[in-house]
Design a protein around this ligand. Structure first.
Ligand SMILES: [Zn+2]
Length: 234
């Protein structure tokens, strides 16, 4: 089965994604070119009323020719509608960190998780042979379900969509109806399970959710330490 080939570029002066971060991403369904190039934004001024670069400016800036199937440009600048994803055409996408960066940082969610949520959504849409109009109409849903097709109209909900990602049942059915095999969906579900929060964040979240257990474990641990120390000294 051929993998979707993806090219990632940093758009603008700030380097959002480093090549070494991409190198560690392994998938059976897509393949990212390890070389993350940097492209400057052509316009000195943004066209938007809230200092955002609109789709016309992005289209003029993005490379038109590339060897991969899909181009994803990642930027810190604001883009049209101040949203985090713009579809320039069916093969070129712009991801803006600007509207979600504070939410991701607040919950210690790596940028890579956010990027992967979008990459798996694009990969599935391509497998279903859907153009982005179809994806918007059929797959993307307003309810936040932790699914690659969460709309996240309320941007703070991006943290839920990037913490533990899985394809929701409704999207699964739509994908199957569009000739995406159960095996392919299973393969992606397995890979999505590997997208986790850093260990220290998971521990800290567990402590917050289970304060009494944390206290009990700390007490037991202290007693055991005292016993061991007593045995060593005696
Ligand atoms: Zn879904």
């Amino acid at each position: 089965m051929s993998k979707l080939k993806i090219k990632i570029i940093n758009l603008g002066e700030i380097e959002v994604i480093k090549s070494k971060e991409i190198k560690n991403i392994k998938s059976k369904v897509f393949e990212i070119n390890n070389k993350v190039e940097k492209h400057t934004i052509n316009s000195q001024k943004s066209n938007g009323y809230s200092w955002e670069f609109d789709d016309i400016q992005l289209k003029e800036t993005l490379p038109e020719n590339f060897d991969e199937d899909v181009l994803i440009a990642v930027t810190f600048s604001s883009v049209e509608n101040n949203f985090y994803l713009r579809t320039i055409d069916d093969n070129r996408f712009v991801i803006s960190l600007s509207p979600v960066n504070d939410y991701l940082n607040f919950k210690n969610i790596p940028t890579k998780n956010f990027l992967l949520k979008i990459i798996y959504g694009i990969t599935l849409a391509k497998k279903a042979n859907m153009n982005w109009e179809n994806v918007r109409e059929l797959l993307i849903h307003d309810e936040t379900r932790g699914c690659p097709f969460d709309m996240n109209g309320n941007l703070s909900e991006i943290t839920t969509s990037c913490s533990s990602i899985k394809i929701c049942n409704t999207c699964k059915e739509i994908l199957k109806n569009n000739n995406v095999s159960c095996d392919y969906i299973k393969k992606i579900q397995k890979e999505l399970k590997r997208i986790k929060l850093p260990r220290y964040v998971r521990i800290s979240n567990w402590i917050k959710q289970n304060p009494w257990w944390s206290i009990i474990i700390t007490i037991i641990f202290n007693i055991l330490c005292n016993l061991v120390a007593g045995l060593i000294l005696s």
